[in-house]
Design a protein around this ligand. Structure first.
Ligand code: ADP
Ligand code: MG
Length: 392
C-alpha cells in the first residue's frame, strides 16, 4: 500500500486549456479519496496523470517515496478501473481476470517445459499462483459462478464486478477508479457503492475515485476533493464540506436539492446591529456571526445560503415576526417520506424539504410564510468566498 502526493500538478493542453491547475493533494495510505466536480473540471486528467497515462505540464506526483513523473504506468504499482470497462469479448471471465497476470508471467513457453523439468515446475507454480489469485478475487466479488462465462452473458453489474476484479488480482498499491458506476442503473449503483466501501475496508488499500455525482462522492469518500475549472475548491470529509463549504460554488454543488441562495446585503439596523437585508425585510445575524466579521462586509453585496432542510415554510395564517416573509407555493414534490415545497418568495424560487407527514393542509398555490433561520445560514462575500465564524 502507498501514499500518493501531488505537488503543484498542472496539465495544459495545447497552449491554452488549463485542464488541471496547480493541484496539491496528499493522500494517506489506505485512504478513500473522491475527486468530484462538474464535467470538464479536470478529474479524469488528474487521475490519468497519477496513472501515468498523461504527462504532467508541471509539478510532481509521488507514489510512496518515489517520484513517478517519469515512471511508465506498468511500473507504478497501480490499477485503474474505467467507466467503459472494456472486457475482452472473446475471453471468459476467468481469462479476463487473469489476462494481465498471464502477460507478466516469467515462465510462459510451453515448449521449453517439454525439455526442461525445472522450467516446467516453475511454470506450473506460476500457473497455480495466478489461479489462486483469480479465485480469491472472484470470491471477494461474488462472481465465482461466472468464471466460465463470456462477457456477453453477464449483466451490467456483473461486468462491472469483473472490471473491478481485474484490478483486484493485481494487488496494486493504489486503485484508481474513473466513474466506474456511471453505466449502471440507480439501484445497482447503490449496491455497488456499498460493495466498494466494504471492499475498501477489507483491503485497506489506497483508492482514488472520480465521479461527477456528489451523492456518490459523499457516500464513498473518507475525504473528497471538490474541483472546478481545474482548480481544487475544497478538500475535506463529506461532513466538513457539507457543513462548512469554503465558497458559494462548493455550497451549491454539494447537497440535494441545492442550497437556497438569497442575494442581498448587510447593513446596520435601527437598533445598531448588523442585519441581512433582502427585499423589504431584514434579518438579525448576531447569533451567527460576530460584529467584526459582519463589519468587514457591511454595505457590500452578500449572499445568504440556507439548505432546503433548514428552510422553514409555514402556512401563511400563522404568527409572523421580523424573520418572516410571505410568498406562495409553486409545487409540492413528494418523495415518499420527504417532500420538497417549491415556493416563490420576493421574486426568488426557494425549496424547503420537510417530512411529508408534516405537510398538513398545505397545497400548491397556497400562500405561505418563509421563516429565515439564521442559525443555519451560510454567508458568502461578493467574490463567493464564505465568511466563516467561530460560531459555526
Ligand atoms: P472531467 O473528467 O472532470 O470531466 P477532464 O479531465 O476529462 O474532465 O477534462 C478537463 C478539461 O481538459 C476539459 O476542458 C477537456 O475538454 C480538456 N481535455 C481533456 N482531455 C483533452 C485532450 N486530450 N486534449 C485537449 N483537451 C482535453
Ligand atoms: Mg472524466
Amino acid at each position: 500500500m502507498a501514499t500518493v502526493d501531488l505537488k503543484a500538478v498542472s496539465k495544459i493542453y495545447g497552449s491554452t486549456v488549463r485542464a488541471v491547475d496547480s493541484v496539491d493533494l496528499s493522500i494517506a495510505n489506505g485512504e478513500f479519496i473522491v475527486l468530484v466536480g462538474p464535467s470538464g473540471c479536470g478529474k479524469s486528467t488528474t487521475l490519468r496523470m497519477i496513472a501515468g497515462l498523461e504527462d504532467l505540464s508541471g509539478g510532481t506526483i509521488a507514489i510512496g517515496d518515489r517520484i513517478v513523473n517519469d515512471v511508465p504506468p506498468k511500473d507504478r504499482n497501480i490499477a485503474m478501473v474505467f467507466q467503459n470497462y472494456a472486457l475482452y469479448p472473446h475471453l471468459n471471465v476467468r481469462q479476463n481476470l487473469s489476462f494481465g497476470l498471464e502477460r507478466r508471467r516469467t515462465f510462459k513457453s510451453r515448449w521449453r517445459g517439454i525439455w526442461d523439468s525445472a522450467y516446467r515446475t516453475q511454470r506450473h507454480a506460476e500457473h497455480i499462483a495466478i489461479t489462486t489469485r483469480v479465485d480469491a478475487a472472484a470470491r471477494t466479488l461474488g462472481i465465482e459462478h461466472l468464471l466460465n462465462r463470456p462477457p456477453r452473458e453477464l449483466s451490467g453489474g456483473q461486468r462491472q464486478r469483473v472490471a473491478v476484479g481485474r484490478a483486484l488480482v493485481r494487488d496494486p498499491a493504489v486503485f484508481l477508479f474513473d466513474e466506474p458506476l456511471s453505466n449502471l442503473d440507480a439501484l445497482l449503483r447503490g449496491e455497488m457503492r456499498t460493495e466498494l466501501r466494504i471492499l475498501h475496508r477489507s483491503l485497506k488499500a489506497t483508492m482514488v475515485y472520480v465521479t461527477h455525482d456528489q451523492e456518490e462522492a459523499m457516500s464513498l469518500a473518507d475525504r473528497m476533493v471538490v474541483m472546478k475549472d481545474g482548480v481544487v475548491q475544497q478538500i475535506g470529509s463529506p461532513a466538513e464540506i457539507y457543513e462548512r463549504p469554503f465558497n458559494r460554488f462548493v455550497a451549491s454543488f454539494i447537497g440535494t436539492p441545492p442550497m437556497n441562495m438569497f442575494d442581498g446585503h448587510i447593513g446596520l439596523g435601527s437598533d445598531g446591529e448588523f442585519k441581512f437585508r433582502w427585499g423589504k425585510s431584514e434579518f438579525s445575524l448576531k447569533n451567527r456571526w460576530g460584529a467584526g466579521e459582519l463589519s468587514s462586509v457591511a454595505k457590500s453585496s452578500v449572499t445568504v445560503g440556507i439548505r432546503p432542510d433548514r428552510l422553514v415554510i409555514l402556512p401563511a395564517a400563522e404568527k409572523q415576526d421580523s424573520s418572516c416573509m410571505t410568498g406562495h407555493i409553486v409545487t409540492i414534490e413528494r418523495y415518499g417520506p420527504l417532500a420538497d415545497i417549491v415556493a416563490q418568495v420576493n421574486g426568488a424560487r426557494v425549496i424547503s424539504r420537510i417530512a411529508t407527514d408534516t405537510l398538513g393542509a398545505m397545497r400548491e398555490g397556497d400562500s405561505i410564510t418563509l421563516q429565515f433561520g439564521m442559525q443555519f445560514a451560510h454567508l458568502f462575500r461578493e467574490d463567493g468566498s464564505a465568511i466563516t465564524s467561530p460560531k459555526h
